[in-house]
Design a binder for this molecule. Structure first.
Ligand code: FE
Ligand code: FE
Ligand code: ZN
Length: 306
């Protein structure tokens, strides 16, 4: 089988720490993964369990997971673009700094960050605030790389165009510690034609440089190109489609870039209100490069057993 670095979002809990993440990823047949180091909607963070981190690193080695491909996602409540509330803005900078320290202690080298929403400040001021914050956060020469995620352009979200991302990167002094995370659903919703991915990659290369791509979120989209919605769909069931996503995943130029699924969980009808991750079956069909029309049913049947 052709080499592909593929994984999904997994959950991180205080007790099992990085070891829990690794075990979950292995269950899905993944060789990488992404996680939040705490609840993404708040800034409460527990202590990192060092023993579990060491155990996780050993388990990764055993299963050929390169920890350099593992990703942390910064909490999505972080907004570096708006500074009207100075106290909040400063707290956010401090908090992201702490998140970088947590990444370091977990030996994770890449943190995905939503650039932020300017709210009512306008694009120019919003971008300036992001740059200013990043220059404070990335003062030290060495440390984890912040990967700015391409956004769908919902509301006043920044980072929905390559030009905006370039402006941010240009403003950051410590260029070695800044990169980009492409998100296929977001690119589509932002208005980019990702059905012609080679052409889009050329465009990205001209504006930012292909070597800046450090991570790719692989999601189908519930909405048409340019909808500015940001609603992820399971692989093959959305407007992007299986074949287009496969072309992106197996693109020769992005071979070494980790690919992460963030597709919706699937509900089991009939009294269960819990939802279950489709990742095991999505990863399976990605590895086979063959669409599985029974993706939802297979997921339901699998989790019914538990
Ligand atoms: Fe994200
Ligand atoms: Fe994403
Ligand atoms: Zn999204």
């Amino acid at each position: 089988m052709e080499k592909v670095i593929i994984g999904s979002h997994v959950s991180f809990n205080k007790d099992e720490g990085l070891l829990g993440c690794t075990n979950e990823a292995l269950k899905y047949g993944a060789n990488t993964f992404m996680f939040y180091t705490g609840a993404p909607q708040n800034t409460v963070r527990g202590k990192i369990n060092e023993t579990k981190t060491e155990e996780a690193k050993n388990l990764m080695k055993e299963h050929n997971i390169d920890i350099d491909n593992v990703i942390i996602h910064a909490p999505y409540i972080i907004n570096l673009a708006n500074n009207l509330d100075k106290e909040k803005y400063n707290f956010t900078i401090k908090f992201l700094n702490q998140e970088l320290e947590r990444a370091k202690s977990l030996c994770i080298n890449k943190i995905v960050l939503h650039p932020g929403s300017h709210v009512n400040l306008g694009e120019e001021k919003g971008l300036k605030n992001i740059i200013n914050a990043l220059n404070i956060i990335l003062k030290e020469k060495e440390g984890p790389i912040i990967c700015l995620e391409t956004m769908a352009g919902k509301g006043t979200e920044l980072g929905a165009t390559f030009e905006q991302l370039k402006t941010i990167i240009d403003g950051v002094s410590n260029k070695d510690r800044i990169g980009v995370c492409l998100d296929t659903c977001h690119l589509n919703d932002a208005g980019y034609d990702i059905t012609n991915f080679d052409k889009l990659l050329d465009e990205f290369d001209k504006i930012i440089g292909i070597n800046k791509i450090k991570c790719i979120h692989i999601n189908d989209s519930k909405n048409v190109k340019g909808a500015h919605k940001d609603r992820h769909e399971n692989i093959g069931l959305g407007t992007i489609g299986f074949d287009n996503l496969i072309k992106i995943i197996y693109n020769e130029k992005l071979k070494e870039v980790p690919k992460i699924l963030e597709t919706p969980f699937i509900s089991i009808a009939g009294g269960h209100d819990r939802t279950y991750p489709p990742y095991k079956f999505e990863i399976e069909m990605i590895k086979r490069k063959k669409y599985n029309p029974n993706l939802l049913e297979d997921t339901r049947n699998y989790y019914r057993k538990f």
